[in-house]
Design a protein around this ligand. Sequence first.
Ligand SMILES: [Mg+2]
Length: 367
Amino acid sequence: MTRIRELSFSRLDVPLIEPFGIATGAQVVAHNVLVHVRFDDGTEGLGEAAPFPAVNGETQESVLAVLPEAARALTGRAATRFRPLALAAREAVGAVKSALCAVETALLDAFCRRAGLSLWEFFGGSEAELETDITIPTGDVERAHTAALRARDAGFGTLKVKVGGTDPEMDLARLRAIGSAAPNAKLILDANASLSADEAVRLLDALDELRARVVLFEQPTAAEDIEGLRTVLERGRVAVAADESARSAADVTALARAGAGNVVNVKIMKTGVLEAWDMVAAARAAGLGLMIGGMVETELAMTTSASLAAGVGGFRFVDLDTPLFLGERPLVGGFARTGARLSLGEAGPGHGVRASAHSGKPATVQG
Ligand SMILES: [Mg+2]
């Protein structure tokens, strides 16, 4: 029987080209963590944790603090029984879900490599391509305008605009600048839980003719403000996605019952991979639309998410753009990107992502 020989991890610090700002804070360097698993038959797998402090308080340090316990819990166990392993990892890491995501990804990567499968095939291989949006982070009007021009020229048809955490007039001015720079683009607004329902509806109303181009309003209100999500859906006359409010399959079912939003943003980084997969099933069962997203991640976690979404199929919104914000390429492989199009057909085995030859071997903290 093949067993897990070793689970180790190291810091993965990736500078960004420019700050990735959302309503509640910004990142200038992605302080992520790389997890490496090795089976006793030599098969290896990699996973990534991308803690985003401004979203849920997780940090690189909190990830590094719980991984030794995961290594202890998994070493020596049967390597090909993914679900019992994922359950043990979940218990070991507690609330630090990005750490769980990294461990599960590394295990699945190794499992699929051993089986000669890509992760995309493992999840079902439904669609060979996804079309991602690109994010316009918070910042001034000039910066928003420049970013929108760049996105248009690069072939992106959907722009996701971070709103909230500022004067509403600033958001309006940014949205108008973006709208004129990319006149054919669809718009997704994401407030990252920073507005009241009234503020969100007022923002939509103030958009005038731009409003028709808004295809989704992501998490306008606080994570606990379920009623607010429902209000924006009803009074805003726009699709509403739950992101910060949807952190488990049980959350998805409760949101559906409450009529709070009609789309769920699934992120392996906020729940782990298995729970994300369960959220997809819960959303489908409840008739909710699906979005795939992430934190500030490299190709590793993003290809894993893309493999889930394209493998299962039927995702209406795809937000897997953060590799475009990275100033270095410490990892190579994974999906092939042409403009907004992400191709999974040639990725793999596993997610297909490996350390770049130029990056050197990261210092490994033994688990
Ligand atoms: Mg979001």
